[in-house]
Design a protein around this ligand. Structure first.
Ligand SMILES: Cc1ncc(C[n+]2csc(CCOP(=O)(O)OP(=O)(O)O)c2C)c(N)n1
Ligand code: SF4
Ligand SMILES: [Mg+2]
Length: 304
């Protein structure tokens, strides 16, 4: 293991081979120019990196409940600032960046209230959402990040249903509505773009937010060698555009030259396998239409 790359997050975790989030954690924290303190919501990242008596973390790390990563990190950040002001820190007053990691279940759904509070109060922290589009640690239940049409344990496909019938929540817009200085959508397959965004997000004095596409080999049902290829297809089909919102200004950071049909992405994963039947043709068409409309809307936001 490259020691520089693994400065904050080492080997010894038990994430599945071919899981995307170890690369995300390393890419983001690798851009920190000072020490970091991490809070981690319950989920696959937390469970697989802290199996007692082992830990993969090389940095101060707090596991909190599923719902309150943002509340925890904002409390730690405030406590540190107050102790610094009162000169109660034995190590002086070194600069520390406070970072929270949460999955989509812990962010879009159950942790949304604590995230909203911390963003609105203006704490100096970075929140990183690794989005694997479902509750993976508990065996693949749907979250509000799960795409329309995907089969999960709680939105099974079959005679009566084609999978999830609701659209993904637009979390970037919800976070943007808090008027924070910097937020961005990134993808594990585009590491240079992710690192650039992490650098910007870590440099913000105040709240910043990153949402990173994080394929799950186990529950999306694809071979362990394929997570980068699949993540790349998500952006090449405009399913997962790469963009940032800096001081309210939207910017697409990398756009595919030749946009591929959404089916190129969908056909790589077992969770969408049922959609390739005659009966579900209209669902595929609707998914392509949703993708086109969402991308057109994003483009219109960049023009404002
Ligand atoms: C209040 C609460 N409800 C449910 C659980 C059980 N639980 C633990 S991890 C998890 C899924 C987490 O999903 P997500 O945040 O998307 O992270 P992932 O496992 O997908 O990485 C659930 C439901 C819990 N720990 N706490
Ligand atoms: S179940 Fe999915 S998200 Fe969890 S460790 Fe395995 S590949 Fe990663
Ligand atoms: Mg998840």
């Amino acid at each position: 293991m490259n020691k520089e790359l693994a400065k904050h997050f080492f080997s010894g975790h038990s994430a599945c081979a071919g899981c995307a989030f170890p690369a995300i954690v390393r890419a983001v924290l690798g851009e920190a120019s000072c020490e970091v303190v991490v809070a981690n919501a319950t989920g696959c990242l937390e469970v697989t990196s802290s199996l007692y008596p082992y830990t993969a973390w090389k940095t101060p790390w707090i596991h909190n409940a599923f719902e309150n990563a943002a509340a925890t990190i904002s409390g730690v950040e405030r406590a540190y600032e107050i102790m610094k002001r009162k000169k109660r820190l034995p190590g002086g007053d070194k600069k520390i960046k406070f970072v929270a990691f949460g999955g989509d279940g812990g962010t879009y759904d159950i942790g949304l209230q604590s995230l909203s509070g911390a963003l609105e109060r203006g704490h100096n922290f970075l929140y990183v959402l690794y989005d694997n589009e479902g509750y993976m640690n508990t065996g693949n239940q749907r979250s509000s990040a799960t795409p329309y049409g995907a089969a999960t344990e709680t939105t099974p496909s079959g005679r009566a249903s084609f999978g999830k019938t609701e659209l993904r929540k637009n979390l970037m817009d919800i976070v943007a509505a808090h008027h924070i200085p910097y937020l961005a959508q990134a993808n594990v397959a585009y590491l240079a773009d992710l690192k650039k965004k992490a650098q910007k997000a870590l440099a913000v004095e105040g709240p910043s937010f990153l949402t990173v596409f994080s394929p799950c080999t186990n529950n999306w049902k694809f071979p362990t060698s394929q997570y980068v290829a699949i993540a790349k297809l998500a952006t090449e089909t405009n399913f997962w555009p790469l963009y940032e919102i800096e001081n309210g200004k939207y910017k697409i950071t990398s756009e595919p030259k030749n946009v591929k049909p959404l089916t190129d992405f969908l056909k790589t994963q077992g969770r969408f396998k049922h959609l390739f039947s005659e009966k579900n043709k209209p669902v595929l068409e609707r998914m392509q239409q949703i993708t086109n409309e969402e991308f057109a809307r994003l483009v219109s936001l960049t023009e404002k």
